[in-house]
Design a protein around this ligand. Sequence first.
Ligand SMILES: C[S@@+](CC[C@H](N)C(=O)[O-])C[C@H]1O[C@@H](n2cnc3c(N)ncnc32)[C@H](O)[C@@H]1O
Ligand SMILES: [Zn+2]
Length: 282
Amino acid sequence: MKAVASSNLLVCPACRTDLAAGPDGLVCHHCRQEYPVKNGIPIFFPQGLTDSDDHKEAGYWNKKDNTTDNLYENMTDAAFRSLIHKFGLPDNTRGLELGCGDGPFAKRLTGRNMDIYGLDISFPLLNLTENMKPVQGSALDLPFRDMFFNWIIYAFALHHMIDLEKALKESLRVLDVGGKICIVEPNYYHPIRFITRRPDTMLRQRFFSYLSPEERWIPMHRLNKILRANGVTVTEYDFVTPEFKSRTLSGRIQKTLGRLFNFFPAAAVTQSYYLVIGTKHR
Ligand SMILES: C[S@@+](CC[C@H](N)C(=O)[O-])C[C@H]1O[C@@H](n2cnc3c(N)ncnc32)[C@H](O)[C@@H]1O
Ligand SMILES: [Zn+2]
């Protein structure tokens, strides 16, 4: 059975007021907005975003509910564990994975005495999560109190957010001072990203149809700049190519390039992903 996020720890994403338990779920003390709870998962959808299949991004992810660990080019168990090792998350903490999908990180943090929440727009994916309290909503309007978490993971998800700065500011609002933010993103400078960077091109639609309609790559320097401007000290960054199970042409190119040129500065263009870890200092 799933752990359920307690109603008195959540807030209304529209007005940030406390919620009370109502007959069909949760209700906001202030604006009276009602939020249903389905299968123990509180549903927070701000106006203009729905989890329906006709909402481009949610619809894309909702169709992936028959698979686990298979969302993003099928990363191996060892690759997930290696990223968790790099994150260096402390025990006895409360954490949040944003855009958690089916929750591959939380699943691998079992036994670590952590209170883990996961937020995603896709209900079918949240239904597959383990070892976390799943919450359906948008990372752009979080239903959590200020400074509620000791750490946040944003893995392969930030570039799906339609407003990058808003998403980052919102995640930093709910992160405690001294808390850690760990971000993994596709490497903008990698050649494969160069040819896939525009969602509306025929090349991308025809040969890279596994990419979701919203995703577009974020240069690492831009991300770091936004983090610094919002009170984060970037403590670590790295370029990595996680091991994938899938044998797509694009996957093979990424793996070969990564193996050949894993030294600085070549790593900055030949490794397929990057990792940024920061600490919130104000
Ligand atoms: C590539 S998947 C990554 C999932 C997971 N972090 C992993 O490593 O497998 C991107 C996820 O972002 C979610 N997503 C997209 N837009 C979102 C939003 N505005 N708020 C929350 N999640 C969102 C999608 O539903 C999807 O599960
Ligand atoms: Zn409200």
